[in-house]
Design a protein around this ligand. Structure first.
Ligand code: ADP
Ligand code: MG
Length: 342
């Protein structure tokens, strides 16, 4: 019997029926689910035809965290427990998703003896990662359409003093739309449209423009850095050393680096840093060693390259912050956000 089957048959989850698995991460499986008809929460079944439920098996988490060795959870236990970590993810998700349409909406949280369930809005298109694989790479307009929405999500999070810390195409989800003339990708000279269409990789009619609204997901690694209004690091009252304050400020820049990696990958179809050997990869990243590789980058505009370069700037203090990126001339040279109410 597969673990999926046992998930689907579980009876403890209140008010929802798990239908099928739609994704998974290191310690979670995500299912499409339907709010039960006789759900006590009528608002829910009225507003959501289906939801996404992130199921985390407690046993999987505690085996890596060594929770069961912590019977003597005394004063010197510096490591937070798995439960605390999940509750933190839930609390941050709840906080950041309120009032931001570019962040996957948090709906509910449940816990049983064996599982945690994080119930959230379903994005039926799945991961942006899958679209990059399907289309090979995105046009500049389509890249802009996606990255602008990611930037709005990050803007909201950073204004609340929260850093995401795990921005990547797998954690970017979308709702498909039939046709977006404004984001129709253009073929590059180096490509043969007919061959690509024949291979079914690229459909010129829909232009790969099937991406509507884009939302940021997965708050498992998110962290609250600053308290909401004071711009001071959390849990302190003004005795923080300057290097700590600086460090915390720089931590927002890790999300900007993540945005840069996503943008680079969408534009050319491969990531800025790659090596099969993890040591070599780490070296390349720490030196900020990437190139606009020929011939793939030849036809990409100077404006796009400039935006990528400002995001993949090695020195955090020189790297774009979220407001600078939102004001980037290339990003603003074309307004391709979906219209209100979409
Ligand atoms: P993890 O923390 O284990 O990476 P995620 O929250 O990223 O878990 O979810 C894993 C995968 O499940 C995602 O990459 C995505 O494919 C899918 N998924 C997660 N949430 C949703 C959602 N709200 N709608 C649609 N798919 C989702
Ligand atoms: Mg994830």
């Amino acid at each position: 019997e597969t673990p999926e089957k046992s998930f689907l048959e579980q009876k403890e989850l209140m008010g929802y029926r798990l239908i099928n698995k739609i994704g998974e991460g290191a310690f979670s499986k995500v299912f499409r689910a339907i709010p039960a008809k006789n759900s006590s929460n009528e608002f829910l079944s009225k507003n959501y035809k289906a939801v996404a439920i992130k199921v985390i098996k407690k046993a999987d988490l505690s085996s890596i965290n060594g929770d069961h060795h912590k019977k003597d959870k005394g004063k010197d236990s510096t490591k937070t427990s798995s439960r605390d970590q999940v509750l933190k993810e839930v609390a941050l998700h709840k906080t950041v998703s309120a009032g931001c349409s570019q962040i996957v909406a948090f709906i509910d949280f449940q816990e049983t003896d064996s599982y945690y369930y994080i119930i959230q809005e379903l994005l039926t298109g799945g991961e942006i990662f899958g679209e990059i694989v399907r289309l090979t790479y995105f046009s500049e307009d389509l890249s802009k359409h996606v990255i602008k929405q990611l930037a709005l999500a990050v803007k909201h999070m950073h204004s609340l003093g929260v850093v995401h810390r795990d921005i990547k195409p797998e954690n970017l989800l979308f709702e498909p739309i039939e046709f977006t003339p404004s984001v129709k990708p253009k073929f590059r000279k180096s490509d043969d449209p007919q061959t690509k269409a024949d291979e079914g990789i690229f459909t010129p009619e829909i232009g790969g423009g099937g991406i509507g609204i884009v939302k940021l997901a997965d708050f498992g690694l998110s962290k609250q850095i600053f308290s909401k209004n004071t711009k001071t690091p959390c849990g302190t009252v003004g005795y923080t050393a300057p290097e700590v304050v600086k460090d915390e400020h720089y931590s927002m820049k890790v999300d900007m680096w993540g945005i840069g990696c996503v943008l680079y990958t969408m534009l050319c179809g491969f990531p800025p840093f790659y090596d099969e050997k993890i040591d070599t990869l780490t070296e390349k990243i720490s030196r900020g060693e990437y190139t606009f590789l020929k011939p793939w980058w030849d036809e990409i505009s100077a404006g796009a390259k400039n935006a990528v370069a400002k995001l993949l700037e090695l020195e955090p203090s020189k790297r774009y912050d979220i407001d600078q990126f939102l004001n980037d001339p290339w990003l603003n040279s074309f307004d391709c956000l979906p219209k209100k109410g979409e």
